[in-house]
Design a binder for this molecule. Structure first.
Ligand SMILES: [Zn+2]
Ligand SMILES: [Zn+2]
Length: 480
């Protein structure tokens, strides 16, 4: 497939120059490469990260600078600096986003700006109240008026205005730093930055998407931060972008705490990362679970040490696999079929035959995971999904469509991947229970057709409801 690819690297020589500003890029300096197919050959161009403009094509697909850097930019730098400098590079690219056509951007700006204007007005009201109250010390009748004014602001309005006054004096760069500390998006004008900061300060950091589990939930700015959305993530293992159409009211968005208004310490950053991992499992992996896993690992290690570990001949390996299985069976999420389990474990043992048994055990744990944690994660994820459905009875359908979507994306079929993901979101919003009778109608018919659901999807729903599975899907029982 000839598609434009993007990479980042240290300039191999001092000969290349930036396509935008025409200035030479020094040897070793970080440069961003665009490799575009042009007939029979590929055209390579280089940019300073600050001179690079996110292609309109990508912006249209809803890909912002953060997504671009995380998902599409291949890191070819010495020492893979991208991980540590992601946020700087995002900021560089956002430095000047492409000028949008008229109308396109207006919504985004006016949404955030409108809400910011209201917050400023609220703040003025609060200040006026304070002054009034001071003046009112002895004047009875005026006090009534103050109370009346007070009633006009909701608690929420009041809280927002107060947070706004905290950050009001910050420069854009300072606001961006704060967003970076909290691993939130750093693009947009001051109103957009402020909208994100006020939301985060009041409600916590936006976490991982409850639908696709991997994408980061973002604040929708065109409605002034009333809703949140996810536009998917990059599946590194399979090298594909997985699309997602998750959307929710802001009060339903997944949150992580605390919000950092000061730069987090190293420990705090580590804790944030652990939290993020936990969020991917739907919150199933907490401190308690980590402790328990540690204990279990110790217990298993003791047992494994007793195995007579002889890797010099085939029967020895076979015996080791058998012994290992016996030990881990009750703790780890290994295949229920003994033969498959022994085979899988045997593979790991063979691949690591030069390592001591205790280290092989760690590989086995890594591969299968603790069943308790996995079950808990599954349960939590199901609960989260169910709570997002207008009708909880439709949750299994949503799950099935999300899984199908992922499979399509992984196989490189983005069109079907998107279709299934869209259908999943559409089902989530349906208030009645989908059943055998009404399933077909969702994909066609003037009155019954639901946006986002095609004929094929309706067909699959019907099949799922009548047989409990979808043929395509049943080829992947491990995912079900
Ligand atoms: Zn340049
Ligand atoms: Zn998502």
């Amino acid at each position: 497939m000839s598609e434009t690819t993007y990479s980042i690297e240290n300039a191999k020589s001092g000969r290349s120059s930036c396509k935008k500003c025409k200035v030479k890029i020094g040897k070793g300096e970080i440069r961003l490469g665009v490799n575009a197919p042009a007939g029979d050959y590929n055209m390579q161009s280089w940019y300073h990260t600050k001179c690079f403009t996110l292609p309109r094509k990508l912006v249209k697909q809803g890909i912002d600078a953060a997504t671009f850097v995380a998902d599409m930019l291949v890191d070819e730098t010495e020492g893979n600096v991208l991980g540590d400098t992601t946020y700087d590079i995002v900021a560089d690219i956002e430095y000047k986003l492409p000028k949008k056509k008229k109308g396109e951007e207006e919504g985004a700006v006016s949404g955030a700006s409108k809400s910011m204007k209201r917050i400023k007005e609220d703040l003025a009201k609060i200040k006026a109240e304070a002054v009034d109250e001071e003046e009112d010390e002895d004047e009875g009748p005026k006090r009534k008026k103050v109370k009346k004014e007070k009633g006009k602001l909701s608690e929420n309005d009041r809280a927002r205005a107060e947070v706004f006054s905290m950050y009001q004096g910050c420069k854009n760069d300072e606001l961006k730093d704060c967003l970076r500390w909290n691993k939130q998006m750093v693009g947009g004008n001051k109103d957009a930055l402020m909208t994100r900061i006020i939301d985060g300060h009041l409600n916590g950091r936006l976490g991982r998407c409850p639908t696709c589990k991997q994408g980061r939930v973002k604040l929708t700015e065109d409605d002034g931060g009333e809703t949140a959305y996810c536009n998917g993530y990059f599946d590194e293992e399979n090298g594909v972008r997985v699309g997602c159409f998750f959307k929710c009211k802001i009060d339903k968005a997944p949150r992580l705490h605390p919000w950092y208004s000061k730069e987090p310490t190293e420990e705090e950053t580590e804790a944030m990362e652990a939290q993020d991992e936990a969020a991917k499992s739907g919150g199933a992996v907490g401190v308690e679970q980590t402790e328990k896993a540690k204990e279990d690992t110790e217990k298993l290690t003791k047992l494994v040490k007793r195995i007579d570990w002889d890797m010099s001949h085939q029967p020895g390996v076979r015996q080791a696999a058998k012994d290992m299985l016996e030990i881990v069976k009750s703790c780890l999420a290994i295949p229920s079929d003994n033969k498959t389990a022994r085979f899988e474990i045997g593979k790991i043992i063979l691949a690591n035959r030069n390592l001591p048994a205790t280290e092989v055990l760690n590989e086995v744990i890594e591969r299968f995971g603790f069943s308790e944690i996995k079950d808990e994660a599954k349960k939590k994820n199901k609960e989260a999904l169910t709570s997002l459905c207008a009708n909880p009875a439709n949750a299994p359908l949503v799950e099935a469509f999300m899984e199908m979507s992922k499979l399509f994306f992984k196989s490189g079929d983005g069109i079907r991947g998107n279709a299934n993901s869209k259908a999943a979101e559409a089902i989530k919003g349906i208030e009645f229970e989908i059943n055998e009778e009404n399933a077909h109608g969702l994909g066609k018919g003037k009155k019954t057709k639901v946006a986002g659901i095609g004929k094929g999807s309706a067909e699959k729903m019907y099949e799922f409801l009548t047989t409990g599975t979808v043929r395509f899907y049943s080829n992947y029982p491990s995912l079900w």
